[in-house]
Design a protein around this ligand. Structure first.
Ligand code: SF4
Length: 609
């Protein structure tokens, strides 16, 4: 193809006539116009042709053009796109099905930037940690059912490791999927009504919500319809994929169990407004923005008050601003927080308003009814529902793991004694709901038969661990194994009478959110002689919700084997020095300086088991 300037006036006239004629026919057939097709193409020849016929060459037609335009702006500024942005530009992640089929048929894993593109389908090639795929799913609001759980058990057994892990986004991961089987897994999941699209890479992840939605005696509003609506909005709009970076959205219905909404990019917090204000009384949502605790930031209140039906369009508008202004060149600075830092809330909300057909409503936070405190142990054990005579049970899953035989047994329990409903929580466990009082003893016996339990010590109830180096290449330590070792050690020595959260995370990505645990462990390698061995940095006093706080580092480079006795001394110091039996570990750590806490801990002696 020659350069645009080389077309003669006659040639241009011919091409324009050709395009107009072709479009008339394509329009008649209901096909996209030739003009749009040219504009959508990224090829240089098409650009030249489009120039020749006088078409605008801005971006691909359709909803995804906004991403191309954002990349084009970065390039026009003389910047270099991040490799992941270039990969998305070169090959659309949702147009690689044939390649994925071919690779599976040849028993091949993806290479290079294709590894990143597979994540758009929820498929993570996790080498070198394991020479396998991990598949991450989506459950809006963490809601599932017995039929799906049974199917998951089969899939995990047929093509995975025979177990599944509940994640800190109330989601499920299936591991150890061989190169031949990723499409068997995702198509079988779709047969169950479970999608994996967008579960990884630069997408809006599993929408989380209050796990007791609809059954919670204390909730302000049932968030499950909103989680579902948000989920389907994302699924049905391709521009909601391929963002500058990953994005998290959560709905908190004000219930008993926290969904950790303030750790999300967008946290919608239900509030009640009493009569006497300049908005009608009722239930609304506050919008918080910018949570990313791995970067030591919680989502902050924007001053915006939304009716429930306004939340999804506003979330979409917030995402659109992020698409336009997120950094496409530096992955470390690409999350929403950094646009907010650059813009400030006022400018960000002004931009958001441009994408909305209704005005954003400002309303002071202090005129809203404060949220009831959460119950930190309400995700384990039996609890009454708001439906009289019915109970939900929180089943403890050690660091989130359940075997296929346990999944089938849990499905049986939910079917026989509940309403088939299964709810995943961000605390890496599950709830079975709608159990009658008379069936509680049957459920207890059935749970015990699975090897799982409904009750846990305070240490185990609040124990959270990310995948760790048994399955994640970023991890510096075996977090799940060390978390279990810590629980075993402590439970043999200490009877803790207050809730405690221990969060064990394998790297700075902070999937187990070490900064918000009462005790947070961040994996590192510690030098011992000439060797580098597994260890941790230790943080204290993190919290969420009403007690939101980023934990402070108190010990560095602790060997993994030293962590259990060290935490034991910390807990003994707390029990010995707390102001009274009602003072929580969180309050205790907040009331004392680091130097005083260290003195308290050093004064303690480890207890023989
Ligand atoms: Fe992997 Fe790091 Fe996330 Fe742990 S925190 S699962 S090591 S990425």
């Amino acid at each position: 193809m020659t350069q645009n300037s080389e077309f003669t006036a006659e040639q241009k006239q011919y091409l324009q006539g050709f395009v107009v004629g072709a479009d008339a026919l394509r329009n008649h057939r209901g096909q996209p116009t030739f003009a749009a097709t040219i504009a959508a193409s990224s090829g240089g020849a098409a650009t030249t042709l489009a120039n020749a016929v006088g078409l605008p060459v801005l971006a691909p037609a359709g909803s995804e053009g906004v991403h191309r335009q954002a990349q084009d702006r970065a390039l026009a500024d003389g910047k270099k796109l991040a490799p992941e942005e270039q990969a998305k530009r070169d090959k659309h992640p949702f147009e690689i099905w044939d390649e994925m089929r071919g690779a599976a048929a040849e028993n091949r894993f993806p290479k290079g930037t294709d590894v990143f593109l597979y994540k758009f389908h929820g498929l993570f090639f996790v080498a070198p940690a394991q020479n396998d795929f991990m598949c991450r799913l989506r459950f809006p609001g963490g809601l599932s059912n017995a039929h799906q759980l049974r199917g998951l058990a089969d899939i995990a057994e047929l093509w995975g490791a025979g177990h599944a892990d509940v994640t800190t986004r109330a989601n499920i991961q299936i591991r150890e999927i061989g190169a031949a089987n990723p499409l068997n897994v995702i198509t079988s999941l779709e047969d169950l009504g479970i999608i994996t699209r967008g579960a990884g890479a630069d997408n809006i992840r599993n929408v989380t919500g209050t796990p007791t939605a609809g059954i919670d005696p204390r909730e302000i509003i049932d968030t499950s319809p909103l989680c579902r609506e948000m989920h389907h909005y994302i699924c049905q709009n391709r521009e909601m994929y391929g963002l500058p970076r990953k994005f998290n959205i959560a709905f908190d219905g004000g219930g008993t169990i926290s969904a950790l909404a303030d750790t999300n990019d967008i946290g919608f917090m239900a509030v009640s407004i009493d009569p006497g204000h300049d908005v009608p009384p009722g239930v609304y949502f506050r919008m918080e923005l910018g949570g990313i605790t791995g970067h030591q930031d919680f989502a902050r209140d924007t001053g915006i008050l939304l009716r429930p039906d306004e939340c999804v369009p506003v979330a979409a508008a917030v995402v659109r601003v992020f698409i336009e202004h997120g950094d496409r060149t530096d992955r470390k600075k690409a999350r929403l927080k950094y646009v907010l830092d650059r813009f400030g809330f006022d400018k960000y909300l002004e931009e958001t308003q441009k994408h909305l057909k209704f005005p954003l409503r400002r309303f002071p936070l202090d005129r809203c009814q404060p949220r009831e405190p959460v119950d930190r142990l309400a995700h384990v054990g039996f609890h009454p529902q708001r439906q009289p005579g019915l109970w939900y049970v929180g089943v403890v899953l050690p660091v989130g793991r359940m075997r296929s035989d346990q999944m089938r047994a849990l499905a049986d329990i939910a079917e026989k004694y509940g309403s088939r409903s299964i709810r995943w929580t961000v605390w890496q466990n599950l709830l079975i709901s709608d159990i009658s009082t008379e069936n509680k003893p049957h459920v207890k016996r059935a749970l015990e038969a699975t090897g799982l339990h409904w009750s846990a010590t305070n240490v185990r109830a609040g124990l959270v661990a990310c995948t760790g180096n048994a399955g994640c290449k970023f991890a510096a330590s075996n977090t799940k194994r060390h978390a279990m070792a810590i629980a075993d050690y402590l439970d043999a020595r200490i009877a803790l009478d207050q809730p405690l959260n221990i969060h064990v995370t394998g790297c700075h990505h902070s999937c187990a959110q070490h900064f918000i645990g009462d005790i947070g462990l961040l994996a590192t390698k510690v030098s011992v002689g000439e060797e580098m061995v597994e260890g941790y940095h230790v943080f204290l006093g993190g919290g969420y919700g009403e007690q939101r706080n980023i934990g402070r580092e108190i010990y560095r480079d602790i060997l993994a084997d030293e962590a259990p006795p060290l935490i034991e001394r910390m807990l003994l110091g707390y029990l010995a020095q707390r102001a009274g039996p009602d003072e929580s570990f969180y309050d205790y750590t907040r009331h004392h300086s680091t130097a005083t806490l260290l003195e308290h801990f050093q004064a303690q002696q480890s207890i023989p088991a």
